[in-house]
Ligand binder design. Sequence first.
Ligand code: ATP
Ligand code: MN
Length: 291
Amino acid sequence: MTVEPLVTHPDKVFWPEDGYTKLDLAHFYESVFPELQPYVQDRMLALERCPDGMGGECFFQKEAPKGMPAGTPTKLIHHQKRAVDYVVGGLIETEIALVNLGCIAVHVWGSCASHPHQPDWVVFDIDPGSGEFADAAKAGLLLKGALEAMDLVSFPKTSGGRGMHVFLPIQVGPDFDEARSFAEEVGRRLAAAHPDTLTVEQRLQARGDRVYLDPFRNAFGATVVAPYSVRRREKAPFSMPLRWQDVKPSLDPSRFNLGNFKKHLAGSDPWQDFFKRRQSLGEAVKALHRS
Ligand code: ATP
Ligand code: MN
C-alpha cells in the first residue's frame, strides 16, 4: 500500500522539536502495522485527535468520524446514557485514515467487538508519582514477581510516557469487574508489602512520590495505549513491548521513538507468545487467595 495519497498536509510538522511530519507518522504506522495489528484487531478504539500535532490542541472522540474509508469496521456500543458507534481496528487503511485525522496515539479497549463486556487481558497501569521511569520499572519488577508467584505470565511495555503497562492475557469469560477486582487485590497486597514505594491510593495528594498501581483501566470503555502506539510527547516515543529481562531502572523509555524504530523492531518480537498465553482469571483468583 502507498500511504502518500491518503495523507493530506503530509509535510505538516507534528513534532516541532524533532521535525517529524504527519507523513513520518503515517510511515511509522505503515511499517509497524504487522506488529500492531494483533492488538487492534476487532478492538474498539478511542480517538485522540491532534490535527496540529503534538503541540497543538487535541480532543478525544469516541464516535467513528465521518469520511473513514469504505469498509471500516465499527461497533455500536450501548453505554448507560447513549450509544456510540466506535471504530474497530484491524485494517491498515483504518490506521492510516486515523493518522490523517490527527490521531497520534492508538487507544484500545481491553475487550473485542464480539464480547465487549469480557476483556481478554488484565492491564496494570503503573504510574510513578515521581515521574521517573526508574520507579515504574522497579514497581513493574515487583509486580512481575508477585504474578510469577501465582504461576502467571505477564508482558511489560513502556507506555511511551513516564510509566509502564503490564498485561496479563486471559481467556475470554470473566467481565471487567472481575478483571478489575483481581488487579485491585494484587495491587493492594503489593502496596501493603512495599508501603514506602507503592500505593493504590486513589487520591492524588495522598500518593506523594510513590508509584500508583492503577486497576481502573480494567473497565468497560476504558482504554490503554496499544503496543507500538506513538505518544504526544517530545521525541515521538512509542509504547515498546519488552522482555522482562530488559526492564531496568536505567532504561530511558524515550529511546524507542519515531527516529529509530526500525532498529528496535529488527529483533524477535518480545510479545510473540502474547495471545498463546491466555490464562484463566478464575485460576489466578484462586491462586491469589491461596497465597
Ligand atoms: P504514563 O506512563 O505517562 O502514565 P499512560 O498512557 O499510562 O502514560 P495514563 O494517564 O496513565 O497514561 O492513562 C492510561 C491510559 O488511559 C492511556 O494509555 C489512555 O489510553 C487512557 N487515557 C488517558 N487519558 C485519557 C483521556 N483523557 N480520555 C480517554 N482515555 C484516556
Ligand atoms: Mn499510566
